[in-house]
Design a protein around this ligand. Sequence first.
Ligand code: AP5
Length: 213
Amino acid sequence: MRIVLLGPPGAGKGTQAKTISETLAVIHVASGDLLRENQNKGTELGEMARGYMQKGLLVPDDVIIGMIQDRISNPDATNGYVLDGFPRTLEQASSLDAALSSQNQHIDKVLNIKVSDSELIVRLSGRWICRDCQRPYHETNSKPKKQGMCDECNGELYQREDDTSDAVSKRIQVYSNQTAPLIEYYKERGNLVEINGEQSIEDVRKDLLETIS
Ligand code: AP5
């Protein structure tokens, strides 16, 4: 099964992706995590992406498309995947469709997690992420058992450099201009399902799992 998780920054894509990928026994491919991994390793791709990410802008399409195509052509993606953060522009969506249809494949479901801008700001300003396994926490909504430490792997929690208020405002604006048009794109293809993301993490999870079952 091939799933796309759509939604603005802070909607809860990363929070929900792990459960979905475990339930379907498919891999979780998060474009932002792959870019940050490249930055940590100091690769050319990571260094190039850094400036865009810090400002809350999208990394150029050709770079992202190449990175994701590489990842989903690995053998562990044969059973499918949950795409989190990709596609994010019409060009990325159509190149994904073209690559899939050349192999007689398609995206099965696009789950669009809807959350208001005011709630996104609350979520991103209070977010902490595990440096090792990338699991997101929130200082009030989803606290770790031990402060500053990941429940799952004991990794150190940190705040992303693009979760500053300026970068968050830019990311929300970029989402409206460049990513929101994908909602219509996938509606026309008949595989978009809207999910109310302004419920508890558990209730959002329940709705997502009901949809994919
Ligand atoms: P990326 O890393 O993909 O960031 P994003 O899309 O902005 O999404 P986030 O990771 O910020 O949010 P999320 O929806 O995963 O929310 P989360 O689950 O953490 O991209 C970063 C940058 O990389 C981009 O700006 C761009 O520069 C570049 N990039 C990446 N992909 C690209 C692409 N395809 N093309 C071009 N450039 C690209 O949850 C947020 C917080 O809310 C957490 O604290 C969580 O605990 C809490 N929370 C979650 N759900 C709930 C709930 N139901 N109730 C209360 N709190 C909740």
